[in-house]
Design a protein around this ligand. Structure first.
Ligand SMILES: *Cc1c(COP(=O)(O)O)cnc(C)c1O
Length: 623
């Protein structure tokens, strides 16, 4: 079928060569004589392209044949009418796309552009057919084009049509051999299938599944650098580092290779009763880069367990050393340390934590970092009952990127030392360069007694966590076996060699690529770019520490889900974000380029403007 023809007699030729008995009006429903783009040619001939007529003709042919091939009139982006392209017709007819490319220089570019455009418009690409345009031996580009396009574009190659001299049916049948199997099997729409199975089988974390089941699901299939790629080939800038874990970008060569190499050595062996090579090497490395005085590494699998381990250690330390009354934990208001019950006990975000209140243990919440004399009063009065003070140093991430007052962390350290209370620093979010230094504690030259690490530890590759302690705490567990003062804690996958190999490679890249040095201008640039958000009347505060940013939108009620609306809007523009309530969070990989950073910030700016404007027009007072 050649739905639209401007000039020439291709349709007549097709009918003849294929010996089709169908009426020409079905093979070619729309025709004008002038060879010109259809959207111009038809109006000049005082005619209109009738899409309904094309669809009806197509349906006629469909009744008679197993397969109807529809010729795409010169390409996907040929305008058939104003704002109506061949790609739209393909969509309306529910067609799969076969791209026909001529072999030779420039083909890779043209073919990949077409593939991207097709997938970007939700069309499925069945494959590529190559056409030889000269009767000569294939040149090197002609030989290599198909395999390169197959690889980069992730498409099947259906075959190459040789140069045809006579174009008779006999010649065509003799010389053209395409991969009919691929051509004839209807392609399952992988995206639709995965979306359906996701809804059928998966319960998503931190997600109201009622909304999830009602909304369209984005299925990520691949990634490259700072981009995630969905099952239809669309690319999205990873604006929150895949929930705060990615560091040097996705599919980072060195980490990929380190994990592959480790797979050939050992994937897992337990740390209960045995040691393994990568976990030893990583522990040594972590102690080298961590704040001074941290001497021992205890591994677990995620941020919550890293904190869980820390609080159990602090608690048991005092039991072991004959001061069992020192057992209360102090934490900050609005704190977040994970989702296991121990870490929920020291959590201070009502929305997440209040439902579990009867399951958790008693703690003291400290809510005035602005006024540390209160902390001193508390410590003075109760230090005999307090085991540890747990903090997210300098910035409280999950609370919406709340910043500490300058100098407060150092003062907290002094008070903890003075009253012999352990300082537990949860750097699960802030660790590994996120704040501009390797660890947030470094900004105020502080060494905690216990340091919790996870998220960025493996560069965003594998689940791994580490709880680092001082020699003193470690020594508080070194007794005779019969004393039963062992630290009774350990997860099955503790010290997993694959994860440790990824972490080692991640840390090596920091040195090799001078990641932190190169990050400084990006942080400055981000700071400068964020200033323009002050023009937006609904932005009530902009908070930044290094590459961690919270943009607060006020005064929306939480039912408006304003953060989610903004993040949906940025997604339409090719950026992935996840908000914290009414706070838009930016936490891109450290590897983000200046150009990508600019795109990220601009996209967020315009999306906030667009989404909040409606409310402003309706009279909402934001400040
Ligand atoms: C994410 C986070 C955790 C929890 O880590 P998980 O790996 O999700 O268990 C703990 N503390 C802080 C500060 C975090 O940001």
């Amino acid at each position: 079928m050649k739905p639209v023809q401007c000039g020439g007699r291709d349709a007549q030729w097709l009918k003849k060569i294929l010996q089709l008995n169908d009426p020409l009006k079905d093979i070619n429903p729309c025709f004008v004589a002038e060879p010109l783009s259809p959207h111009l040619a038809f109006p000049r001939a005082k005619q209109q392209i009738d899409i309904a007529k094309i669809i009806a003709a197509y349906q006629e042919l469909q009744k008679k044949y197993d397969i109807v091939l529809v010729e795409g009139a010169g390409g996907l982006m040929v305008p058939l009418a104003e704002h109506y392209f061949v790609a739209d017709l393909a969509r309306d007819l529910n067609l799969e796309i076969i791209i026909v490319s001529r072999l030779g220089l420039g083909t890779i570019n043209h073919t990949l552009l077409t593939i991207e455009q097709a997938r970007g418009r939700g069309l499925s690409v069945k494959g590529v057919v190559f056409s030889k345009i000269k009767n000569k031996k294939a040149t090197f580009p002609e030989q290599t084009n198909p395999q390169e396009i197959a690889k980069i574009g992730n498409v099947p190659i259906l075959g190459t049509i040789p140069y045809l001299k006579n174009k008779t049916q006999k010649e065509i049948l003799k010389k053209c051999h395409l991969d009919l199997e691929v051509l004839l099997t209807p392609q399952k729409n992988r995206t639709l299938e995965l979306q359906a199975w996701d809804k059928q089988y998966i319960w998503h974390p931190f997600t109201q599944m009622k909304d999830w089941l009602a909304d369209e699901t984005l299925v990520i299939d691949r990634a490259a650098g700072n981009y995630l790629i969905d099952t239809d080939g669309r690319r999205y800038l990873d604006g929150v580092s895949s929930l705060w874990v990615n560091v040097h970008g996705h599919r980072k060569k060195e980490i990929d290779q380190a994990v592959k190499k480790q797979i050939d050595q050992l994937s897992h062996s337990t740390l209960l009763g045995l040691a393994n090579t990568p976990s030893v090497e990583l522990a040594k490395k972590l102690i080298e880069i961590a704040p001074a005085d941290l001497k021992k590494v205890f591994y677990s699998d995620n941020g919550s367990t890293a904190v869980e381990v820390a609080i159990k250690m602090a608690y048991q330390y005092w039991q072991n050393s004959g001061r069992p009354e020192k057992k209360t934990l102090v934490h900050l208001a609005n704190s977040y340390h994970g989702d296991t019950l121990g870490s929920v006990s020291i959590g201070g975000i009502d929305l997440f934590h209040k439902v579990y209140k009867d399951l958790i243990f008693k703690t003291i919440t400290f809510d005035s970092l602005q006024n540390l004399e209160k902390l001193e009063e508390l410590f003075k009065a109760s230090h005999n009952a307090i085991a540890a003070f747990v903090v997210e140093p300098l910035i409280q991430g999950a609370a919406g990127m709340l910043l500490w007052p300058q100098g407060a962390l150092r003062r907290v350290r002094e008070l903890c030392t003075q009253y012999d209370i352990f300082l537990i620093a949860d750097e699960v979010a802030t660790g590994f360069g996120r704040t501009g230094k390797m660890f947030a504690c470094e900004h105020e030259d502080v060494t905690p007694d216990i340091l919790c690490l996870a998220k960025g530890l493996t560069g965003g590759y594998l689940p791994l966590a580490a709880t680092l302690t001082t020699q003193r705490i470690f020594d508080g567990f070194v007794f005779d076996y019969k004393d039963q003062k062992t630290f009774f804690h350990g997860h099955t996958y503790t010290g997993n060699p694959l994860a440790c190999a990824a972490a080692l490679a991640n840390l090596e890249i920091f040195e090799k690529e001078k990641t932190l040095e190169k990050l400084q201008p990006k942080i400055k640039f981000l700071e400068k770019e964020l200033r323009k958000f002050k023009d937006l009347s609904c932005v009530t505060e902009i908070r930044q520490l290094g590459m961690m940013v919270g943009i607060e939108l006020g005064l929306f009620s939480w039912e408006e889900r304003i953060g989610a609306k903004v993040c949906q809007k940025v997604r339409e523009r090719g950026v992935i974000l996840r908000p914290l309530g009414n706070v838009i969070v930016l936490m891109p990989p450290l590897s983000i380029t200046m150009e990508e950073l600019k795109y990220l910030v601009d996209t967020v700016y315009w999306s906030i403007k667009e989404v909040t404007e409606l409310y402003v027009v309706a009279g909402l007072k934001c400040r």
